[in-house]
Design a binder for this molecule. Structure first.
Ligand SMILES: Nc1ncnc2c1ncn2[C@@H]1O[C@H](COP(=O)(O)OP(=O)(O)OP(=O)(O)O)[C@@H](O)[C@H]1O
Ligand SMILES: [Mg+2]
Length: 372
């Protein structure tokens, strides 16, 4: 039993024979870390279903420096399209190493928050295993499990533990995909936890500012995170995102998917018409967000103070107003490079337009092995 968690499974050895185990970090929840040489730079590779993004951060005198980034659109959702996009990014983005941090999200990743009575570390290890078996719908031997302690000195004397698990076969296939692109995965995190790292680095004042929600709306998934005083209290991935909006436009306007995507992102004079077409899909998303918020608020008997928005779909015009008026909360976008120094040689205009999509990749680059 390690400080901060449970460290038991050996997943496999990487191609250098280095040991691959579960590891626990302070802020992030790194599912798997592969031990190797400490790299100077740290690279986050966020493989989404619409875009693949890469960010390279270098630490300079205690500050993070964005030395390279890249984003590549996926033509379809095949593995081949992902491999082509990743290889192109590796070649053209200007990254200086092939060691990357990657992440997983969605229904195949199980995340649970549990409260356990106070006990010794040894007892805790068996208690966590026992509890994990209750929540994981697969044989415990088939999953890779990480269980960091989130809070120990609570008023009620209990210990709050985060259980994160994913099927080993899912993780192994993912690692193989990245390796087939000539890259070496260093650690595997969860999108939502990488997002927290990026958010807290850029918004340090939000660490002790009550209850906030991070809403990251991508193409296939919407990640919801609720933080109390900067600590994760609730996390859920909803399987609704920008793709559902495009699909409904394609269906209603009898268009192919690519044309619908284009109209959605550049509605020009059709803004009102497009917004009314996608409103039923937005209402579905809103319903799921409201359910999650209510569940959490009931438990804590306190409301969420503010919502911070990111992900490609947050670029949808008036989405913030729609969410704000329906949830009755302040909704604000945030900048994942606010506290970073940025390489002046990078295309600043492109960087600016891609910022909402880069927050997970930035967080992954921050989940550097040195921090664990
Ligand atoms: N200007 C825009 N207006 C509306 N939607 C946009 C705009 N720009 C990008 N999007 C949408 O953002 C989504 C992609 O965002 P993002 O890169 O965060 O998702 P992803 O990481 O690829 O997907 P996921 O994590 O859900 O698998 C797509 O659905 C795309 O249509
Ligand atoms: Mg994503």
């Amino acid at each position: 039993m390690q400080e901060g968690g449970f460290n038991s499974h050996k997943l496999k050895k990487n191609n250098k024979g280095e040991q691959v185990t579960l590891i626990i970090t302070r802020v992030t929840c790194v599912l798997i870390k592969m031990f190797g040489k400490k790299p100077k730079e740290s690279i986050g590779l966020d493989i989404g279903n619409h875009y693949v993004k890469i960010c390279e951060l270098t630490q300079k005198q205690g500050k993070y420096y964005l030395s390279a980034f890249g984003i590549e659109h996926l033509d379809n959702d095949s593995q081949e399209a992902k491999v082509t996009a990743i290889k192109k990014l590796a070649r053209e983005s200007g990254i200086t190493s092939n060691k990357v941090n990657i992440s997983v999200c969605g229904p195949l990743v199980i995340v649970r928050y549990i409260l356990l009575p106070s006990m010794t570390r040894q007892q805790l290890e068996s208690a966590i295993k026992f509890e994990a078996e209750k929540y994981i719908p697969f044989n415990i031997e088939e999953v890779t499990l990480n269980a960091p302690i989130l809070e120990e000195k609570r008023e009620d004397g209990k210990i709050r533990v985060l259980i994160v698990a994913a099927k080993k076969s899912f993780i192994e296939d993912y690692v193989k995909l990245v390796e087939s692109c000539g890259l070496e995965p260093q650690l595997i995190d969860v999108d939502s936890f990488a997002l927290i790292n990026s958010f807290l680095l850029n918004n340090p004042d939000k660490q002790d500012q009550g209850i906030i929600a991070l809403l990251h709306i991508g193409a296939n998934f919407t990640n919801i995170n609720i933080l109390k005083d900067g600590v994760s209290h609730f996390m859920r991935d909803i399987t609704i995102g920008g793709r559902d909006l495009t699909k409904i436009i394609a269906e209603k306007l009898n268009m192919d998917y690519a044309s619908a995507e284009n109209v959605k992102c550049n509605p020009q004079t059709r803004q009102e018409e497009i917004f009314s077409i996608i409103t039923p899909a937005l209402n579905n998303l809103l319903g799921e967000i409201s359910l999650s918020f209510s569940y959490y608020e009931d438990q804590l008997e306190r409301g969420i103070d503010k919502v911070f928005l990111s992900g490609g779909t947050s670029k949808l015009k008036d989405l913030d107003k729609f969410l704000s008026s329906n949830l009755g909360m302040d909704i604000v976008s945030w900048d994942p490079v606010l506290k970073l120094q940025v390489n002046p040689a990078l295309n600043q205009e492109r960087l600016k337009s891609c910022l909402p999509m880069l927050s997970v990749g930035m967080g992954l680059a921050l989940s550097s092995p040195e921090k664990t």
